[in-house]
Design a protein around this ligand. Structure first.
Ligand code: V47
Ligand code: SF4
Length: 362
């Protein structure tokens, strides 16, 4: 592949990628600093095509956000409410059943279930929730709870981390989404989400979950107060853990949306920064198979471009997204299978509907 480099530093990064050598922290910083966006996209695209050719994945999924009552009240979150506050809600198991039945004719293969830390719910509620979903949708994969919820549930149940994970697994938990890490950094933790678990505990929980044979995703919330160096450190911490456990499935960069949050003065991320985050993930996370361009956060049109900047997956149909839309996302609330396929085809890729474990669905 011939790339004409304006930024010569990218040439040495490309040579490393061609040789399969690991990129350094300085390389990561250069990826974020460079203005040579086209060359960066070509390098990331090369790495992406070496793994997935022209395929681009998507999933038929449904999101369920069982409650927005949360005791953590992170400064970047528009979704959470206090108990009794206007707009606060919690779904009973019957209401969850009803929501699943409303969509029972849709070919959903994954339920993505997350919620706030609501002190009114018992540990049994979570077991009932998983068992109900499994009873109604026996063939769909349950991808539920972030490490933040797992930590909370272990305390609630009064069980060890290992026993908590096992109880949830026995009730139907098969995979975990990547949220909750935000940026693995104590300064940002203190400033933006001091009540939530810190990065050491997040990494400890991920390790325990992977050890129990449950795959998880990883994310990074960017576009708030973090520095480039902190982003790169985050990616390197995930890469190190993946070397140890091989338990991460996909990485998803999450673009911060500030509307209705305590950080509403922060402007939206730029398209350039969104694409750099996708490329940085693809190139720094050399031991992750999948990089998702989450269309809900960056919009459908930029997600199409992201497929040429290292992403190989557009996530899914979703149907009812709440967390980012409360924070001002302008993307659709859900997409049809036809819309997903059309987006991918028109971006020049071959759409592959996948299950939660990236097996193609015929
Ligand atoms: O952890 C919260 C983020 C995450 C805002 O694993 C915000 O497949 C932007 O993790 N602006 C939850 N982001 C979403 C998440 C996710 C999404 C899609 C797929 C997967 C997966 C995981 O959303 C939270 C937090 O980092 N978030 N508030 C906001 N205002
Ligand atoms: Fe609660 Fe999660 Fe929102 Fe933080 S990001 S306030 S933990 S729902």
């Amino acid at each position: 592949m011939d790339i004409s480099f304006i930024d010569k530093r990218l040439e040495s990064i490309f040579n490393k990628v061609l040789k399969g050598s690991r990129l350094s922290k300085e390389d990561g910083i250069c990826i974020y600093e460079t203005h040579d966006l086209i060359a960066l996209g070509q390098i990331a695209s090369h790495a992406r095509r070496a793994l997935h050719g022209n395929k681009a994945f998507y999933i038929y999924n449904q999101h369920l956000n069982y409650t927005n009552v949360c005791r953590n009240r992170c400064r970047f979150c528009a979704y959470a409410r206090d108990d009794g506050e206007k707009g606060a809600y919690v779904w009973s198991i019957d209401q969850i059943e009803k929501r699943l039945l409303e969509r029972i004719d849709d070919p959903v293969t994954e339920l993505h279930i997350v919620g706030g830390l609501n002190e009114d719910l018992s540990f049994q509620y979570f077991i009932d929730l998983l068992e109900t979903v499994k009873r109604i949708r026996p063939n769909a994969t349950i991808k539920a709870f972030t490490c933040v919820e797992i930590d909370y549930l272990a305390n609630l149940a009064g069980l060890s981390l290992e026993d908590t994970i096992q109880r949830l697994k026995d009730a139907g938990l098969e995979m975990m989404p990547g949220g909750g890490a935000e940026v693995l950094n104590s300064r940002i933790h203190e400033e933006l989400f001091p009540k939530k678990i810190g990065h050491e505990r997040w990494l400890e929980i991920v390790k325990a979950v992977h050890k129990a044979g449950i795959k998880t995703n990883a994310t990074m919330l960017y576009g708030h107060i973090e520095t480039i160096e902190e982003r790169v450190d985050h990616l390197i911490a995930l890469r190190k853990l993946q070397d140890e456990t091989a338990g991460f499935s996909a990485f998803i960069p999450l673009a911060f949306h500030s509307k209705n949050t305590k950080l509403s003065h922060i402007p939206p991320t730029t398209a350039v920064d969104d694409l750099k985050n996708v490329a940085a993930a693809r190139l720094m996370l050399d031991n992750f198979d999948h990089i998702k361009a989450y269309w809900v956060m960056i919009g459908e049109r930029l997600a199409q471009v992201a497929l040429s900047f290292g992403a190989d997956d557009l996530d899914g149909t979703i149907m009812e997204e709440r967390i980012t839309h409360t924070a001002g996302a302008k993307s659709a609330i859900g997409l049809t299978k036809e819309q997903m396929e059309d987006m991918i085809t028109k971006a020049g890729f071959e759409p592959v509907q996948r299950d939660s474990f990236y097996r193609p669905i015929k």
